[in-house]
Design a protein around this ligand. Sequence first.
Ligand SMILES: Cc1ncc(COP(=O)(O)O)c(C=O)c1O
Length: 313
Amino acid sequence: MPIQTTSKIWHNGNLIPWEQATIHVMSHVVHYGSSVFEGIRCYSQPQGSAVFRLPEHMQRLLDSAKIYRMPLPYTLDELCAAVVDVIEANGVAPCYIRPIALRGYGEIGVSPKGSPMEVYIANFPWGKYMPGGDGADVCISSWNRLAPNTMPALAKAGANYMNSQLIRMEADCNGYAEGIALDVNGLVSEGSGENIFIVRNGVLYTPPLANSALSGITRDSVLTIARHLGLSVSEQAIHRKLLYIADEVFFSGTAAEVSPIRSIDRIVIADGKPGEITRRIADEFFAIANGLKPDRFGWLTPVKVNAQEPVTA
Ligand SMILES: Cc1ncc(COP(=O)(O)O)c(C=O)c1O
């Protein structure tokens, strides 16, 4: 889906016109992938709009920057306020929010010394990410996730998404909606842009972060909701073969939200329909995000924008 432009983008503390949010081709980030970023959703509510888990996302941005020794001259509160400001300035909600911190124009060479940090925050309408509302047909990727001590999988860095692109392009080429990557030891890791969950015999399983998975905010929301619903939850290593014989499999992510998986490598999961536990978790997730149930975990930051109809892809 092409990007739908809005009016303003937040840049280093100021709101600037969308068209002026450009960088030079010789910027460090263009050559060496030196950026960290976030993806956040703002949902429609009966009384307006609200950003989902804003402080957690901006804390992850700060953490990603810290891992990469990127000095960000903004506090968590300032970054959260900037997101609210740009959404309210554009008056666009529901929307997707893309904060990015990058190493800009200064010196050429791998060392980032001399390349200034730039922070931008854009927001724009964005609809459903994962095709197949009733379940996506996905594959196991021939590409592995990042090996430990090569690229830090816990940092949401632009460079990591070269690996994600390989996973996603291979899936596309072979007619699948998405790829599931294994880690370097052959254990299930995550999708190109989603965490993964399976249900077997009533227990909800997801790989631990040590299997090269991003510490997804939606992953944490799913775990919290599941525990609250009284479900048994286990973060443990998952073998590929368990995926095929699971009772339910679903992805979680800000873009993908909670998305059931219908088949993996053309092997149909159970009866091919979204399972009971997936449905209960998804219902609870969307009810909280859309303000139809109380925000009992304190996940919503209200913004003063009257919600429009959600965009559908
Ligand atoms: C590789 C990867 N894993 C997992 C996720 C899910 O994370 P979150 O739920 O915070 O969006 C994302 C999306 O940000 C991702 O890109």
